[in-house]
Design a protein around this ligand. Structure first.
Ligand code: HEM
Length: 139
């Protein structure tokens, strides 16, 4: 699994690879995502606050894993099923908000954010998001 250099460097600048760095990144992302639409907050209504952060970290990790490997990561099938029409019912436009919130967060917290960094993030997120949306449409 090889992480593209601009993305790897961006992630490191943001989190410093420390627990505190990750926490603060996730908090900013979480606030941005929740403010993006009342539907986002509504979907997480029943989720405990502490659990939400963990979920965000897990969702980010699973989606990045997909970008860095040539296979569908173990577990992504189940995650996609959990989000489909018959379960959490996460409509495709919510993934757009998810991606835009993440890019907005990175632009705020990575001091070296530029077009190349943005593109490296978007390219990494695309396969996983497409997988989730395709699964939703087929459900
Ligand atoms: C970008 C891709 C996404 C990935 C990879 C992802 C991943 C995950 C994972 C791993 C879980 C935990 C599943 C479990 O173990 O129970 C989860 C739960 C959840 N996700 Fe996502 N997610 C994504 C996008 C979204 C979006 C756009 C929304 C829209 C609001 C959303 C809403 C939720 C909700 C409501 C839960 C359940 C929380 C609970 O258990 O109370 N997710 N997601």
């Amino acid at each position: 699994m090889t992480i593209p250099i601009p993305l790897k460097e961006s992630l490191f600048r943001i989190t410093g690879d420390t627990v505190e760095g990750w926490d603060s990144f996730l908090e900013t992302f979480y606030n941005t995502f929740f403010a993006s639409s009342p539907e986002v907050a509504a979907k997480f209504k029943r989720t405990k606050l502490k659990h939400q952060r963990l979920l965000l970290r897990r969702s980010l990790e699973s989606i990045l894993k997909m970008a860095w490997s040539t296979e569908i990561p173990i577990g992504l099938d189940e995650i996609a099923e959990r989000h489909d029409r018959n379960n959490l019912d996460i409509r495709p436009y919510l993934y757009e908000l998810w991606e835009e919130s993440l890019i907005q967060t990175v632009s705020r917290v990575d001091p070296y954010f530029d077009e190349e960094v943005e593109l490296s993030w978007r390219i990494a997120l695309e396969p996983g998001i497409k997988f989730m949306i395709d699964h939703y449409r087929a459900s």
